[in-house]
Design a protein around this ligand. Structure first.
Ligand SMILES: Nc1ncnc2c1ncn2[C@@H]1O[C@H](COP(=O)(O)OP(=O)(O)OP(=O)(O)O)[C@@H](O)[C@H]1O
Length: 253
């Protein structure tokens, strides 16, 4: 049994779930006119998980992500964050309550350096000390680029800067939308190690992702969406070895 499997078991067993879920979704649905894109989803994310949400194209992953971040309002159902309903809260209200969101496209200010980006995001928390900025710069491998304009960073380093900014808010839940899209294999692996390091430091993380190798690297649990419903949910090794999960990617199911 690998270390990864052991971690899966620790995350997967009901005994580990004494703490209330970070997120609890019940009966969540989203319809756009007649298009029923998300249908009656129930899901819980527990403290210290890295939950990957996967599924074939059009499964509803982005729509589900947007329901959790507040970009979309549900047509039906409930979303509890740390036990409290956030169903009608706007994104900034969810962020204030401890959700931090990194979208797929980096949102970088062209006129600011890496250091200034981190100063600005830490400023909102009142913890914008030199030590805290340095710690983020080290952790996210931005030391050589600290005083460069962020707009000139590689795509990979822009992603890491955005992740650093998201983490600087000391969230209870970090939400990542395809964090390795467009990254090289090496950058992808390093991003996975950064994410696992954040989890080891106590963060709970939800990731919408396409890259299965990356999902195997980081996920403690996996939720598979298909046709806007939960098709499978459980420990990473178990879910990813299921034949019917492979079949939906091949269009057989
Ligand atoms: N605003 C909308 N109005 C109507 N249909 C929509 C809307 N947004 C998404 N859809 C449809 O909902 C379905 C799910 O889309 P969504 O983008 O959530 O899937 P996804 O799993 O993220 O796909 P991909 O992996 O290709 O990004 C698709 O068929 C899409 O066309």
């Amino acid at each position: 049994m690998s270390l990864h499997d052991t971690r899966d078991m620790a995350q997967g067993l009901p005994a580990a779930s004494a703490a209330p879920p970070i997120i609890k979704v019940s009966g969540l649905s989203k319809h756009f006119g007649g298009a029923r894109v998300i249908n009656d989803i129930d899901m819980e994310i527990l403290d210290h998980e890295i939950r990957c949400v996967i599924g074939p194209n059009g499964a509803g992953k982005s729509t589900f992500f947007k329901l959790l971040t507040g970009e979309h309002r549900p047509s039906a159902g409930e979303i509890l964050f740390l036990g409290k309903s956030i169903r009608n809260d706007l994104p900034y209200q969810r962020i204030r309550q401890g959700m931090s969101i990194k979208f797929q496209i980096p949102g970088i200010f062209p006129e600011l350096t890496v250091h200034q980006h981190l100063e600005l995001s830490l400023y909102q928390t009142g913890r914008n000390s030199r030590d805290n900025i340095d710690e983020l710069i080290e952790r996210f491998k931005l030391r050589d680029d600290a005083y460069r304009l962020a707009v000139n960073l590689s795509h990979g380093k822009k992603q890491w800067l955005e992740m650093a900014m998201a983490v600087s808010l000391s969230p209870k839940l970090l939400m990542l939308d395809e964090p390795v899209a467009g990254l090289s294999m090496e950058e992808t692996f390093l991003t996975g190690e950064l994410i696992k390091g954040m989890q080891e430091d106590g963060l709970t993380i939800m990731v919408v992702e396409h890259d299965m190798k990356f999902v195997r690297q980081i996920a403690t649990r996996v939720t598979v969406l298909h046709g806007g419903r939960v098709f499978a949910d459980g420990m990473t090794g178990e879910v990813l070895s299921r034949e019917d999960v492979a079949d939906i990617y091949l269009g057989k199911s």
